[in-house]
Design a binder for this molecule. Structure first.
Ligand SMILES: [Zn+2]
Length: 148
């Protein structure tokens, strides 16, 4: 069993994150959440897949039933990847800090990595600003991230 403290860096497959970004923008103004699957090798976590999960969401939160996670676990059983954690958006907010609710949830789920994406509309620039952060517990400091 890998501990979060053993992870020193996160490598994210850019195409996968771009897919998440598109789905997250489509879900606006509500929050959006997906699961992150991958593996850990030499203290580096590889986020290889952002996988949609059936969930309920409002502007302030997103949640699912545990059996939805079990379904994905069963589907990936022989794929050589495992559940690293989840990633969710903070719509209309510029902060990628974990809220106290986020911390409670990720600890309950035992996530190795938690992603937060702030999506904020900047009227002066007429575009969406998208900022992603990958953190871990308990320090909640962002990991160094490399895009593949
Ligand atoms: Zn949050």
């Amino acid at each position: 069993m890998i501990a979060t403290s053993q992870i020193h860096k996160v490598c994210v497959y850019k195409n996968e994150e771009n897919g998440f970004k598109k789905r997250a923008i489509a879900a606006l103004p509500n929050e959006y959440i997906e699961l992150m699957w991958g593996w850990v090798e030499n203290n580096v976590a590889y986020v290889a897949a952002f996988v949609p999960i059936h969930h309920k969401a409002t502007k302030a939160g997103a949640w699912w039933d545990d059996f939805e996670v079990d379904i994905q676990k069963a589907e990936t059983e022989n794929a050589g990847i495992f559940l690293l954690g989840s990633i969710h958006t903070h719509p209309e907010r510029s902060t990628t800090e974990l809220s106290s609710f986020d911390i409670k949830e990720l600890q309950k789920r035992g996530e190795l990595i938690t992603g937060i994406c702030a999506i904020e509309y900047k009227p002066t620039k007429n575009r969406l600003i998208y900022k992603c952060r990958f953190s871990y517990r308990p320090g909640l400091l962002p990991f160094e991230v490399e895009y593949l």
